[in-house]
Design a protein. Structure first.
Length: 182
């Protein structure tokens, strides 16, 4: 079934079309949900709420742009909303330039994608939320500040601290890998 037929079926509340759409996009959207969630259970909850929003609002997809991009935006926004309800991002002052530590390029020989995802999930909720919004979803600090009701400086600080923690964890893994090779 092509996308157009699938969408038409979903608009008509055809359960088979909804199931087919679910099966085709759930794995990718679960990855998005896992980046924001503290646990598998929480990610599944975000996924469920996201699909409810998707099916309730499928009529609003205008066909302009990528359907996957439109769907992704629903799930990212759902994850952000649920994270905001669960915890508030603490407002902290912007860090000094010397405290700015940036995550270096991802070395796939040393750290697997799953290990990186696990490291992101281990970040404190505020760090994880800002890191995902900025580094993965491409929000600006101003957009993050507006959505989370924090200052741009707090957004920058949360991102910096998230990156520093991830970099520390990557160094530990690199040392372990180097120890195994020796």
């Amino acid at each position: 079934m092509d996308l157009e037929s699938l969408l038409a079926g979903c608009i008509e509340n055809d359960r088979k079309a909804q199931e087919m759409l679910y099966q085709s996009i759930a794995p990718k959207m679960m990855t998005v949900c896992l980046r924001y969630a503290d646990s598998q259970y929480e990610a599944e909850e975000i996924l469920q709420v996201g699909f409810i929003k998707l099916f309730n609002g499928i009529r609003t997809f205008a066909g302009k742009g990528s359907f996957e991009g439109w769907v992704r935006r629903i799930f990212v926004n759902t994850a952000i909303e649920m994270c905001r309800k669960k915890t508030s991002v603490k407002s902290v002052d912007a860090v000094d330039g010397e405290e700015q530590v940036f995550l270096q390029s991802f070395d796939s020989d040393r750290v697997t994608i799953q290990e990186l995802l696990d490291m992101i999930q281990e970040l404190p909720a505020g760090y994880r939320l800002v890191f995902n919004m900025y580094s993965i979803e491409g929000f600006s600090h101003k957009e993050i500040a507006d959505r989370l009701n924090i200052s741009e400086g707090a957004s920058k600080s949360q991102l910096s601290r998230a990156r520093a923690r991830l970099q520390e964890k990557m160094k530990i893994i690199e040392r372990e890998v180097d120890g195994i090779k020796s």
